[in-house]
Design a protein around this ligand. Structure first.
Ligand code: SAH
Length: 347
């Protein structure tokens, strides 16, 4: 058996590990091995993306959701969730403001809300693209049919984010009611790739019931899917959900996983997520120093930000707010990186 350093070296050389090796590289980690990993992750990221940090303006278009994920604060059965939906005009205003601030990618995220039909979204995509022809639009609106994904792509959507949440079907069933199936998620991700989207997947770290073996399966699945983006962040409980009293995931493990993912998928677009910053005021910096190269400040109208409450205390102010871009720039510069005005496509 190789030690943790040997496994990190192997991952750097071959960009792959076996399931047993993933379990071992996770379970035998320590602070010194993490530093060793992060140095390699930064080096490889810098050969591909230099010191650039890409920004995405996150527009949270709806807090209505037909799904009932046990971890999520905007799940259908949360009667105390404040519901809102943005009208196309509101969303267009957000993109105008975002463009002015220096954003060249807009991410439209929301619960699974039937209000946003293909017709409505295609019309909206056309308007965004005609007002800002050089921007990229990312959708993160949950599961839809392949025909719908195709229409949205043809109307101008460039990228789609859909985390697989966990690649183990028993664990998936611990996190979701039975009408939600891992196979459906995977089929959506396969369809998105087929159509030609830049695809993002990912998972929560420390979700209830998660084991190291599950994490190993997540990494093997990501390797096989080979997405352009990977979003991972710690699980954070929301008090109005069935998992309200469960402990949050670990920042340390999340950051270690970011480093591993950078070595496994060297070109991947890897955000330091809001959940990471919510649990640790230095989370963003720790993520970037472990190989992350994207941050996604909140560009939603201020009046609705508090209502898109996926988990307790979710940050939407300070450097997580689009209008504080200058403060974010300064913080990123302090650790030797540069926020750039760029679509930030996959290379
Ligand atoms: N409806 C869309 C967007 C979901 S919200 C979709 O299904 O893709 C985006 C991500 O937030 C989810 O994929 C999930 O991984 C994460 N999330 C939800 N609840 C969370 C929680 N309690 N803690 C941390 N992350 C959470």
């Amino acid at each position: 058996m190789q030690d943790v350093y040997g496994l990190i070296d192997k991952l750097q050389e071959t960009h792959a590990l076996s399931k047993e090796e993933w379990v071992q590289v996770l379970e035998s980690r320590n602070a010194a091995a993490a530093s060793y990993l992060f140095e390699k992750a930064r080096k490889i990221r810098e050969t591909i993306y230099g010191k650039d940090v890409y920004i995405r303006g996150l527009i949270e278009i709806s807090s209505y959701c037909k799904n009932n994920c046990y971890y999520c604060g905007i799940r259908r059965d949360n009667r105390n969730a404040e519901r809102y939906r943005l009208m196309p005009e509101d969303i267009l205003d957000c993109t105008d403001e975002g463009w002015r601030l220096g954003f060249r990618t807009f991410v439209l995220q929301g619960g699974e809300d039937g209000y946003y039909t293909d017709d409505l979204l295609c019309d909206l995509l056309g308007k965004i693209k005609s007002r800002h022809p050089r921007c990229a639009v990312t959708l993160s609106l949950g599961e839809r049919g392949e025909a719908s994904f195709r229409r949205l792509f043809e109307a101008g959507a460039d990228r789609y984010l859909l985390r697989h949440e966990t690649a183990n079907s028993e664990h998936y069933a611990e996190l979701h009611p039975s009408e939600q199936q891992l196979e459906t998620r995977k089929a959506c991700l396969a369809a998105l790739k087929r159509i030609g989207y830049q695809v993002g997947s990912g998972f929560m770290v420390g979700s209830p019931g998660q084991t190291t073996s599950h994490l190993a399966e997540d990494l093997l699945y990501l390797k096989q899917l080979d997405p352009q983006m990977v979003g991972i962040g710690p699980f954070i409980p929301h008090h109005e959900t069935p998992f309200g009293t469960y402990p949050a995931g670990s920042v340390e493990l999340t950051v270690y996983l970011l480093g591993l993912i950078r070595l496994m998928l060297p070109h991947v677009l890897l955000p330091a997520t809001t959940a990471l910053s919510t649990l640790d005021p230095q989370g963003r910096e720790k993520g970037i120093l472990a190989g992350a190269n994207v941050v996604m400040p909140n560009l939603s109208p201020a009046a609705v930000r508090e209502k898109y409450s996926l988990y307790d205390n979710k940050l939407c102010t300070g450097e997580e707010a689009a209008e504080s871009l200058q403060a974010l720039r300064e913080r990123v510069e302090r650790i030797g990186y540069t926020v750039v005005v760029d679509r930030g496509d996959y290379r």
